[in-house]
Design a protein around this ligand. Sequence first.
Ligand code: ATP
Length: 445
Amino acid sequence: MSQVKLEDIVSLAKRRGFVFQASEIYGGLAGFYDYGPLGVELVNNLKQEWWKAMVREHDNIFGVDSAIIQNPKLWEASGHVGGFTDPLVEDTVTHKRYRADHLAGVDSNDLKELTKLLKDKKSPDGNPLSEPRVFNMMMKTYVGPVEDSESTAYLRPETAGPMFTNYENVRETMRAKLPFGVAQIGKAFRNEISPRDFIFRVRELEQMEMQYFIRPAEQEKTYEEWRDFAWKFLTERLGIDEKNLEWHEHDAKERAHYAAAAHDIYFKFPQGFKELWGTHNRTDYDLGAHQKASGKDLQYFDDQSQERFTPYVIESSVGVGRMLMAVLTDAYHEEEINGETRVVLKLKPDLAPYRVAVSPLLKNKPELAKKAREVYDALKKEFGNVMWDDNGNIGKRYRRQDEIGTPYCVVIDFGTLEDDTVTVRDRDTTKQTRVAIANLPSKLN
Ligand code: ATP
């Protein structure tokens, strides 16, 4: 189908309760969003799928859930206080700020290069631009009653940091041997210069990250394995079309301060191919830096080689919001059916907010409503995420369920009262079949 437009996704998300602007009644706040009733279901399904694939299906990957605010020394040692920056330029008239690399159309943090490229450029409002300068994206707060430099702390800019500082705790408590991983799902905060493109670039984000601790000699092989994992997860477990994905390798100018190699999977978002999931070789940068700053020994003693060394780390990192946006974009279809256009979300059944909607054919016939309630209660026990829908005519109900990606609709009619069969309507084919109530759990699974 033709390229999905950003306004289609934003409008569907709002109309059907996936995503709302945060503090909407006060005019919102740039870079902050709330998930609505359907969004939270879809997000939970995505997180569960990732947790299953990452933690539950690996004997040697362990989960943690660490505090958002840590000792600021962690972020000094990791290099974020000094180096977690983006290049910024300002419109000299409106004082609006922009990412210099985005205006210059390059993936680079190099101020000299950006100054050259932006020399004759104007801001999007047509005004002269300031010189590019670096801007630190760490969000600050104060801990305790006094607001001074001693009490300054940071909201974590990525979930990775506390996984490194917990490396030794996890290794010891789980009696883990290399290679092993630590995984976490959680919020991170970045004071992005220009949040935009809906939930693609926000200031409060959620990440799913895994740090895999390895012997240095294993870095190339392991790096390939985790790249492969990310691709397979998106295509096989989330069902994203491979045509909407591509690899992007970072060159030296683009790489984060800690990374020796970085490959992103780009997804074809409505605004073009952009980063969705990063795999990074962080080498021994983090454990080495924390070892130096804390004075704690974070070396590993290898029984095999009888050597002590600082483990290397391969990181797998993806944003939950970007994954949600990718899944919505990939699943969004507009189709012509019997001369009418329908919007349908072709989500994998396991990801859909509701697996099935149950309806009595006519709302005002008590015998149909009673029977439909029985079927609804039984399916609710079986699947949990079942919707009751008796609003409007049956055609309208189907359209509504199509838009939120419900794979099946079950309709109870007068025939049901005679032979205990119901109509099951399939979201993707729109075909209707007659199924015995007793066979519904296996049919809808
Ligand atoms: P970008 O280049 O888009 O700013 P990044 O390279 O800084 O992203 P990482 O630090 O590698 O991103 O973060 C890992 C993942 O977290 C990204 O692949 C993305 O999915 C997500 N992410 C990062 N920044 C944001 C943001 N501001 N809003 C939403 N998701 C984000």
